[in-house]
Design a protein. Structure first.
Length: 378
């Protein structure tokens, strides 16, 4: 059996090696490394895939979040509501811009923002909501957008983990993750469902005005060379990464389907086990399984992780510490307001999830988990 990896980028690369290698060589020969035609072509192709008017590529997903916030003209101390259970980049950019992060609990079953806690968190200083489409499934955007409309708030979707997911509204309309709010952001970090071979990111919007502003911000605030109309940053997707993403984008739906197939195998193995809760798949969102995250209910999560490591099966804890308890972002809080987040911190365990998982590997992983839990139960 091939060695099990949390993410197998090498095997995925070998399947498209010729296309990728030739594309990269063409960029090297053209010497158009920054803002070249490959970047513009990728931008157009991603706009078409997402059915969104504007894609603004940038250097990474964290920059994408920061740039989106910068485009809104916020003032120091303005409040931005986001989830307590997610990666730190979401709150990191809020602090960098001297805004106030207001953290709320997540739904226990979906890992995404609890919309009732969101409603309760809105104050006169609230300006933005950042829902995180965690682990590959959309937050409840119909409810979130309803709150935003009621209070005239902007919505920036953190879509670093759910590109390709679709959200179905109650009227039957369907939108792609990242295209429903004021803006959406994503990361092209190599391990993402659509990943490059370095760093990369993008902002999405249907607003012509915001798109114009975003394009200036990513390029030192310039619309005309050496004329700086905005306070900007230097955050550009380079042509090598863009050409790689162009070769991978046509495979994205297939990649996501391969992840769902692996998730189906896991679901079948674990779905009726009394000590496991499998990821909930909502009626309103498709799931692209950036991560496959179990909840281990017997208090043996850490011991299970160690057992799997001894069998050379990687398993990760995303995330071990709530954002509100991180040293850099510490906030006084009432534990009763974060019951679900605090439960998840002790229960979640993510199993290997990528496009190249083979049935033999999946069987070894699932058999190992079940063996441990059977022993622990005895």
């Amino acid at each position: 059996m091939k060695k099990i990896q949390m993410v197998d980028l090498q095997t995925q690369y070998f399947k498209i090696k010729s296309d990728v290698d030739n594309a990269v060589l063409n960029v090297l020969e053209s010497a158009a490394f920054i803002n070249g035609p490959e970047v513009k072509s990728f931008q157009t192709e991603l706009e078409n895939y997402l059915d969104v008017k504007h894609v603004i590529p940038c250097a990474n997903g964290t920059d994408a979040l920061q740039i989106a916030l910068m485009a809104l003209g916020l003032e120091e101390g303005d409040e931005v509501i986001t989830a307590d259970f997610t990666f730190a980049a979401t709150v990191e950019v809020i602090h960098l811009l001297k805004l106030k992060a207001v953290l709320v609990d997540v739904d226990y079953d979906t890992f995404t923002m609890d919309t009732e806690k969101l409603r309760a968190a809105v104050t006169p200083r609230t300006k933005v909501i950042i829902p995180v489409h965690l682990f590959g499934q959309c937050a409840n955007m119909e409810e979130i957008l309803s709150v935003a409309r009621a209070h005239k708030l902007e919505v920036i979707e953190d879509n670093a983990q759910a590109i390709g997911s679709e959200f179905t509204f109650s009227d039957g309309s369907v939108r792609m993750a990242g295209t429903m709010g004021t803006m959406g952001t994503t990361s092209f970090f190599p391990s993402k469902n659509l990943g490059c071979y370095g760093d990369g990111g993008a902002v999405f919007t249907n607003s012509d005005e915001l798109a114009h502003k975003l394009r200036g911000i990513v390029n030192h605030g310039m619309y005309e060379r050496y004329y700086h109309d905005e306070v900007g940053v230097n955050s550009r997707l380079d042509s090598v990464q863009a050409t790689i993403l162009r070769k991978k984008l046509p495979h994205l739906d297939g990649y996501n389907e391969a992840r769902r197939k692996a998730a189906d195998y896991y679901d079948e193995a674990f779905g009726n086990h009394p000590q496991i809760l499998i990821p909930k798949r909502t009626d309103y969102s498709t799931h692209v399984f950036h991560q496959y995250t179990l909840r281990i209910l017997n208090g043996q999560r850490n011991a299970l992780q160690q057992f799997l490591a001894e069998r050379e099966i990687p398993a990760m804890i995303y995330y071990p510490v709530a954002l509100r308890k991180q040293k850099a972002y510490y906030q006084e809080s009432n534990p009763e307001d974060f019951v679900n987040t605090d439960l998840l911190l002790d229960q979640v365990l993510s199993l290997p999830m990528h496009t190249e998982l083979e049935e033999e590997q999946l069987k070894f992983i699932t058999d190992s988990v079940l063996e441990f839990l059977s022993t622990a139960q005895d």
